[in-house]
Design a protein around this ligand. Structure first.
Ligand code: ZN
Length: 260
């Protein structure tokens, strides 16, 4: 059996403590629900830990980051409280090959905006409405196991275009909302060696993360983002002069995760 994917589920974890309705819906926190989802969907193929904003270093110590193959990110009301130093470290790990799943309101997280380089803004409406999520990439591993061309969420927060992101490498889902808006609900990018998947569903006052299709897509996303290329990758830009290193192979390339 191959090594399990080491996943760190990161959650801001504020609404679940401050709002009773959210606490009732996600008694173990959204991170607890996503952890259970991954364990249910992927079994022994995954090793999941959680980390939250109010832990020291937001739960993302160097050791945790080095031991993370894929991270999932959920934040909403406290994006600004995430330390820039931690964002730097998470970005660096993505460039080095750590997968990142950005969920729902994580579109406005510092790490997602950093990786995209755009505002990542969108339009929204929180009244609970019907959403159809269309699979526009049925050959993609992230859509594996979906049994229809679309799936439905009956009560959702609307996210609509224009979603200010760079053109995705791959479009996976497009949503339609009752109010008429559409949205690019599933998108992928690569930054450095890291694979990034943005997946829209998941407002804190709706039981979205208990939905079977949503859970399947998140689990598929974790598997997809766990790329294992051992090819060397540099974070720095060495000045290699011909007299010192004439041809590739003459100098050592440090492919380890430590670049201090
Ligand atoms: Zn929301």
């Amino acid at each position: 059996m191959s090594e399990p994917i080491r996943v760190t589920v990161w959650n801001e974890f504020r609404h679940e403590q401050n709002h009773q309705a959210v606490k009732d819906l996600y008694p173990e926190g959204i991170h607890g629900t996503i952890k259970s989802c991954l364990e249910k969907q992927l079994g022994q193929n995954v090793l999941v830990r959680t980390a939250t904003l109010d832990e020291p270093e937001h739960g993302l110590t160097d050791e945790v980051l080095e031991q993370t193959d894929v991270m999932t990110w959920w934040g909403h009301c406290a994006h600004g409280e995430v330390s820039d130093a931690i964002v730097d470290k998470v970005q660096k790990r993505v460039l080095q090959g750590m997968g990142l799943l950005v969920l729902h309101s994580g579109h406005y997280s510092k790490i997602f905006k950093r990786l995209m380089g755009t505002t990542c803004s969108l339009r929204w409406r929180e009244q609970g409405e019907r959403e159809l999520i269309w699979n526009v990439n049925p050959g993609h591993p992230i859509t594996d196991g979906l049994t229809d061309e679309h799936f439905e969420l009956t009560d959702t927060e609307m996210y609509g275009e224009m979603f200010d992101i760079p053109a995705p490498d791959e479009q996976i889902f497009i949503s339609w909302f009752e109010g008429g808006e559409v949205f690019r609900s599933g998108c992928t990018w690569t930054r450095g060696k890291g694979r990034i998947f943005y997946f829209r569903p998941g407002h804190e006052t709706f039981p979205i993360y208990y939905n079977e299709n949503v859970q399947r897509v998140i689990a598929n996303g974790v598997k997809w983002a766990n790329q294992n290329s051992s090819a060397p990758y540099r974070l720095n830009a060495p000045n290699i002069t011909p007299s010192l290193a004439p041809i590739a192979g003459e100098y050592e390339v440090d492919a380890s995760l430590h670049e201090h």
